[in-house]
Design a protein around this ligand. Sequence first.
Ligand code: HEC
Ligand code: HEC
Length: 186
Amino acid sequence: MRPHGPHPIAALCLALAAAAPAACSDPSRERALAELGPEDQGGPSPNHRRGQPCLLCHDATGGAKPEMVVAGTVYATPAADADGADDVEVQFVDASGGGPLNNPFTLFPSGNFFVTKSDWPDLTYPFKVRLLKNGQPVAIMTSTVNREGSCNFCHRPNPPEPYTDEDRERARRSYGQIYVGAAPSP
Ligand code: HEC
Ligand code: HEC
């Protein structure tokens, strides 16, 4: 049974709507927000909401600060309860051959990273992305990212076993969480 009182996401919508009226009038955005569940116990921080599509809230429409153009989460392993990856950097190159001002990006302890609008004012889609460890590529996304800045929109966190029907349905639309594999062979 659903608890009474305002749903936490509805409350967030109201809070964000003050800053960005569009945030909660887009039905697909509202549906996606409703799927996310409540805020982390510690509240908003660079480590919060790991695995979630950050830009749903942190793009210009979402209205949460800081405004981001790209963001996601990188895990140490494919396990459902994996920690954030250690000592990994995320490196970009875009269609104009450029990248963010402080490319590559380090991860916060949760594995989250984010690129703000002011970090990458002239982002030109599509961009390519890869993960570095000790300066060496350890995982490369072969295809380009064409318009979706939230890595976790496509790379959903791997659910714990036993899998539900919903998990299986989601897995058909998702590529699975980003993690650090063995270094790709040259
Ligand atoms: C459901 C909405 C939502 C999602 C999804 C979300 N955030 Fe946030 N985030 C917020 C809100 C609300 C704040 C508080 C600041 C504000 O209200 O503008 C915040 C604050 C932050 C801050 C500033 C914290 C501080 O100490 O000032 C960072 C950094 C951040 N989020 C990173 C992320 C990252 C990285 C992701 C994805 C892994 C993410 N957020 C996903 C809503 C969200
Ligand atoms: C539009 C959906 C989409 C978005 C957004 C996306 N990815 Fe991917 N990613 C994929 C797909 C599909 C693959 C597998 C094919 C490939 O490597 O191109 C992949 C592969 C990867 C791989 C290689 C995984 C492996 O097993 O070798 C890495 C690393 C990766 N992505 C990181 C990222 C990061 C970091 C971001 C955000 C900056 C991101 N991806 C955004 C769809 C996406």
